[in-house]
Design a protein around this ligand. Structure first.
Ligand SMILES: C[C@@]1(CC(=O)O)C2=NC(=C\c3[nH]c(c(CCC(=O)O)c3CC(=O)O)Cc3[nH]c(c(CC(=O)O)c3CCC(=O)O)/C=C3\N/C(=C\2)[C@@H](CCC(=O)O)[C@]3(C)CC(=O)O)/[C@H]1CCC(=O)O
Ligand SMILES: NC(=O)c1ccc[n+]([C@@H]2O[C@H](COP(=O)([O-])OP(=O)(O)OC[C@H]3O[C@@H](n4cnc5c(N)ncnc54)[C@H](O)[C@@H]3O)[C@@H](O)[C@H]2O)c1
Length: 233
């Protein structure tokens, strides 16, 4: 059964660029500190509001601008988003004030009241893996994330890191977009993960670079022909 505070349906998933943006976290208990740490890691300027901040435990407060005072709506001025992790009563005020100011708000106690929920996340280089249960079971979300990380492992993150490097090379060496397409689609083949596991990153890089050189040498006509064997995604 869906409980009252849950979002009516799963939300729209995005990856926010928080560089240079201000995020306000109200309540710096274990939950607020965890959210603040995630926001800091994503490049946000984090302001934490909690009259008891110095006595709470959890993730360290380093890097957070702490205001040791009870929440007031003025704390939200200039913010891009707000996370309410205090008592349910305070959280309700925070998300209501945020809505009034057009600021994105998350309630750690009443997921249905805010604009977003925070999924369980794993990041490594350019690779981001998230699992959400839309409030049904955050513990399950974290456990499923852990299983997925175990299954994909360093090979997936390492492959993504190599591809960040190789994408500009392809754009420069294979100017014809029809010729590039089969090359880019081939990067999704699980064979690269298998090769990584069997022979390591250098073998993957070597074969990927070889494929780019082949495509660059064969030119638009040949590569476009190769495309016929591949199904559209
Ligand atoms: C994924 C993660 C991300 C993060 O916070 O960074 C996250 N919660 C995590 C852990 C966790 N949270 C809770 C437990 C105890 C077990 C349990 O209660 O199930 C554990 C497990 C633990 O502590 O190990 C308790 C809890 N959580 C919420 C409520 C309120 C309610 O349910 O009404 C209550 C109190 C319930 C009560 O009153 O008892 C609400 C939310 N928690 C969410 C996210 C959002 C939904 C995401 C989703 O459903 O997928 C949402 C809706 C809003 C939000 O906070 O964004 C993080 C994993 C961190 C990691 O390991 O990486
Ligand atoms: N979303 C989640 O992952 C999750 C997990 C567990 C609990 N919760 C909920 O999140 C909230 C926080 O959980 P917690 O375990 O960190 O609790 P906590 O009691 O450790 O921390 C809450 C903090 O809010 C502060 N606070 C109280 N009134 C305030 C005010 N007026 N202004 C600013 N700060 C104020 C307190 O000083 C305290 O440090 C609770 O509502 C809890 O039900 C959420």
């Amino acid at each position: 059964m869906v409980h009252e505070g849950m979002p009516a349906m799963p939300g729209y998933t995005i990856e926010l660029n928080l560089e240079g943006r201000t995020a306000v976290v109200v309540g710096l208990g274990a939950v607020g500190r965890r959210k603040a740490a995630g926001l800091l890691a994503a490049g946000a300027r984090v302001v934490g509001v909690d009259p008891m901040a110095s006595t709470t435990g959890g993730e360290p407060l380093a890097g957070i601008e702490v205001l040791a005072e009870p929440y007031r709506d003025q704390h939200l001025s200039g913010a891009f988003l707000a996370v309410a992790a205090a008592t349910p009563e305070v959280n309700r005020r925070v998300v209501r004030d945020a809505k009034g100011l057009g600021i994105l708000g998350c309630s750690a106690s009443d997921p249905g009241e805010g604009d977003f929920v925070v999924p369980a996340t794993w990041t490594s280089g350019p690779l981001v893996l998230t699992v959400s249960t839309s409030g049904a079971s955050p513990a399950l979300a974290a456990a499923l994330r852990d299983r997925a990380v175990e299954a994909l492992g360093p090979a997936a993150a390492g492959l993504a890191a190599i591809l960040v490097e190789l994408r500009p090379l392809v754009l420069a060496r294979v100017p014809d977009s029809a010729a590039r397409r089969p090359l880019f689609l081939e990067w999704a083949d699980p064979k690269w993960l298998a090769l990584w596991q069997e022979e390591g990153p250098e073998a993957v890089r070597r074969d990927l670079v070889r494929r780019i050189e082949q495509a660059a040498a064969s030119g638009p006509a040949d590569s476009a022909h190769g495309r016929e064997d591949r199904p559209e995604p």
